[in-house]
Design a protein around this ligand. Structure first.
Ligand code: 5GP
Ligand code: SF4
Ligand code: MG
Length: 460
């Protein structure tokens, strides 16, 4: 998911809309904005893409005020039931509050059971709603303290932006799984999942929130706290591999450069005699450029993407996904015919994309097809907010690399090593590379334990 917030700007809802537009890659399922005019909160939430949901200009007349938060949702569980669209907004004894959440809580079900025993009635299946119930029950006087009371009970991944009538609160979990950036525009404070959202609205980059940091913005300005129990930070390395936009800077590094370095490192680890390097667009492009530079094999646009199709992985049904690859990509025959082709992608999840594309490339006359993946095998599900399928559906968890090579019908297959991933990320400075990032989907080392290892993915 993607989150955005702005406090103290006359164009708050409009700017939030633009921010969400820039964060669209983080979730296409649904989107929403909640605005505050200092007295009350108003929401507009809808299924679908930002451009479609906010097509009607009159929407913005219904979102007055100088403060607003927004969310783009990447559905895991809960399908496209409109009840689950964020920001969630509730009224409780102390007023109204809305929240936008990126991440996934690992103990949401436990807490939910406990709260239901105490009489809470939940209206969504989202883990985020648990936070709202905890907050409503918290006894502390200040909003900041109530947020902290609630967050002390939850575990997992959260970059959160809250909005009340008069305040905006932003928090990053102590592990810092998901990014959260602070910016400034015409004196107004802005928070966003990625810097590309600040760029679009021409906000100045101030800094990233620290893991475990909470900021409260009100009429007196910005206050920063570190109220949560400290943990060893473990930002999500998969943000670099795939999820974030390459023009963003997160966790202190430019995503584009890191991604390109993955390609260079991959070329060192798995060189091959070939005539052309081709990326599976868009996610494979920066790594393919890196691979081409390092190997000296020319990079060409061998697959052309239809830009009016969303990220295929997001499509909910297997049948649509199969079809999706063809809707989305078509080979350029003159680049491929008679050539030994290196095909670069960022990851293989089920193996569907790679298998379909290799078939396409062979049909376009390729002599050989060598697949290179700019991350290690995805063998474990993510419980921290990236929608990976269950373990049994991850091809790398049940197949060897040679078996995957046969399944996707490549002539050879090479994955970036875990060590190479760390090295290329630049996380090996000052001793051990281990543990500076979360790499659980590759390594199985989960930095935050969850109650029980479920076969099924958690809600969120
Ligand atoms: P597959 O077809 O193997 O199931 O999926 C691989 C493709 O899905 C890659 O091209 C990758 O860029 C894309 N992808 C989209 N969303 C995700 C995601 O959330 N996780 C992973 N691992 N890959 C994703
Ligand atoms: Fe990121 Fe993978 Fe860790 Fe999930 S398991 S937070 S995708 S590195
Ligand atoms: Mg892709």
């Amino acid at each position: 998911c993607g989150v955005f917030g702005i406090y103290g700007h006359p164009e708050a809802a409009n700017l939030t809309y633009l921010g969400l537009y820039a964060l669209q890659h983080r979730g296409q399922e649904s989107c929403g904005i909640v605005a505050s005019d200092g007295v009350s909160l108003r929401a507009y939430r809808k299924n679908g893409l930002v451009a479609d949901a906010f097509r009607n200009n009159e929407v913005f007349d219904k979102l007055p005020g100088q403060n607003a938060i927004g969310h783009v949702r990447y559905s895991t569980a809960g399908g496209n039931d409109p009840k689950n669209i964020q920001p969630i907004m509730v009224d409780y004894v102390r007023g109204s509050i809305a929240v936008a959440h990126n991440g996934n809580l690992v103990n949401a079900q436990e807490l939910r059971n406990e709260l239901e025993q105490l009489g809470s009635i939940f209206s969504t299946v989202a883990d985020t709603e648990v936070i709202m119930h905890l907050l409503a029950r918290a006894q502390s006087d200040s909003l900041a303290d109530r947020v902290v009371d609630a967050l002390k009970r939850v575990r997992g991944a959260y970059s959160l932006v809250f909005l009340t009538e008069t305040r905006m609160v932003a928090v990053r979990d102590p592990n810092g799984f998901r990014p959260l950036i602070l910016g400034k525009l015409d004196g107004a404070y802005v928070v966003a999942s990625e810097t590309c959202a600040l760029d679009l609205i021409e906000a100045e980059f101030v800094r990233e929130l620290d893991p475990g940091e909470m900021i409260v913005v009100d009429k007196d300005g910005l206050h920063s706290y570190h109220p949560l129990e400290e943990a060893k930070p473990s930002p999500c390395i998969f943000e670099y591999v795939y999820f974030a936009r390459p023009d963003s800077t997160i966790f202190g590094r430019e995503v584009y450069g890191v991604r390109k370095e993955y390609g260079r490192q991959l070329a060192r680890e798995y060189p091959v005699d070939a005539d052309v390097v081709v990326a599976i667009p868009d996610s494979g492009v920066p790594a393919a450029i890196g691979y081409a530079e390092e190997s000296g094999i020319p990079f060409e646009l061998g697959l052309i993407r239809n830009h009016y199709v969303g990220r295929t992985f997001i499509e909910p049904q297997q049948s649509i996904r199969h079809f999706g690859v063809k809707i989305k990509l078509n080979p350029v025959r003159e680049v491929i015919e008679g050539k030994r082709v290196v095909v670069i992608d960022d990851s293989i999840v089920r193996g569907t994309t790679a298998r379909k594309i290799i078939k396409m490339i062979r049909n376009a006359g390729a002599k050989e097809v060598h697949v290179r993946i700019s991350s290690p095998p995805t063998s474990y599900p993510c419980y921290y907010g990236i929608d990976t399928p269950t373990r049994t559906e991850l091809i790398a968890s049940t197949h060897t690399i040679e078996e995957i090579n046969r399944y996707v019908t490549s002539d050879s297959l090479g994955y970036l090593s875990e060590e190479g991933l760390h090295k290329a990320t630049g996380s090996c400075e000052g001793g051990s590379c281990e543990g500076q990032f979360c790499t659980a989907c590759f390594s199985g080392n989960y930095p935050v334990k969850f109650p029980r290892l479920k076969a099924d993915k958690q809600l969120g």
